[in-house]
Design a protein around this ligand. Structure first.
Ligand code: UDP
Length: 313
């Protein structure tokens, strides 16, 4: 029998790549998305398949799915700082109410549930690199609070369903991830820099650009999630690349790779912008035998191709 998988946020960047993966693994995939940040374009190629179904639905309302479910992957949420500023309450609701609805669905279907958590649970971290035992440094009432606290609540309620109801649950903490199908204008550094470089516009570095990030190629992330879902490990697992770079250096790298004439300009640093971020992936290595395979140079190649088509047509 084919495994039946529900993927929320299935029309989003990560969700659509997960839909591809589970279809390729021979599963029946039911994607759900309210298209607030996702796009049908990301899943257009799957629409004709008999094993793929799409529901335009908001999971903050009671979720009903016909038939059995083996797995639920909850990836619905606005996921960039600009998105949470525009949609603070939907961000809180999908992380809290949406997760509660899906946990209830998982319980009634006896399905295994994996939730997409984030390195944002570490806030502006005082420990570097971040391992899963670090509890974080989050400002609940700052601009990122709606996302960070929703994701922290999501982890808490997921663990409660595991301990209290015996539900099979998995928690992945995702670090900055990039690749084809990323939205061009969600305000994130990578799509902003690539679009600016391709158009010959100034590269907008926030602050002095000394803050760091570690960028993971989407195929690596999907492989890690696939392994985590099949594992029997219930505590949170970091998935991310450990190659750390300052945002200023990253801006220069994009200019170089696109052979652009763009110049870096410096703008105000947004409030509560984490100064450094790099995952400790010891746990993923031990539990999942996983580590990233793509260097930034390798991952940026297909990403730049995607952006060239999307930005320049
Ligand atoms: N950033 C930047 N210029 C931009 C967009 C973002 O310098 O046009 C910075 C942002 O302030 C942060 C880093 O790049 O320090 C990564 O930002 P992103 O929004 O990609 O993700 P975050 O890790 O902050 O959620």
């Amino acid at each position: 029998m084919k495994k039946r998988v529900l993927i929320t946020g299935g029309a989003g960047f990560l969700g659509s790549h997960l839909c591809d993966r589970y279809i390729n693994e021979g599963c029946k995939v039911i994607a759900m998305d309210n298209l607030s940040t996702g796009s049908i374009k990301n899943i257009e190629h799957l629409m004709p398949l008999a094993d793929f179904e799409f529901h335009n639905y908001d999971v903050t309302k009671f979720v009903h799915v016909k038939g059995e479910l083996d797995y639920i992957l909850h990836f619905a949420s606005p996921a960039s700082p600009i998105d949470y500023l525009k949609m603070p309450i939907p961000t809180l609701k999908v992380g809290a109410l949406g997760t509660h609805n899906l946990l209830g669905l998982a319980k009634s279907k006896k399905a295994r549930m994996l939730i997409a958590s984030t390195s944002e649970v570490y806030g502006d971290p005082l420990v570097h690199p971040q391992n899963e035992d670090y509890w974080g440094n989050v400002n609940p009432v700052g601009p990122r609070g709606v996302y960070d606290e929703a994701k922290r609540f999501q982890e808490a309620i997921t663990m409660a369903y595991h301990t209290f109801h015996g539900l099979e649950t998995r928690i992945v903490r995702i670090f900055n991830t990039y690749g084809p199908r990323m939205r061009l204008n969600d305000g994130r550094a990578l799509p902003a820099f690539i679009s600016q470089a391709l158009r010959g516009e100034d590269i907008t570095v926030f602050g002095d650009g000394s803050q760091t990030r570690s960028f993971t190629y989407v195929d690596d992330l999907v492989e890690g999630i696939y392994r985590l879902l099949l594992s029997d490990y219930v505590n949170p697992v970091n998935l991310g690349n450990t190659e750390e770079i300052t945002i200023k250096e990253f801006g220069k790298e994009i200019v170089r790779l696109t052979r652009s004439k763009s110049k870096l300009i410096f703008q105000d640093l947004p409030e509560d912008d984490p100064k450094q971020r790099k995952p400790d992936i010891t746990r993923a290595k031990e539990v999942l035998n996983w580590q990233p395979k793509f260097t930034r140079a390798e991952g940026l190649k297909p990403t730049l191709e995607y952006f060239k088509n999307a930005v320049l047509g």
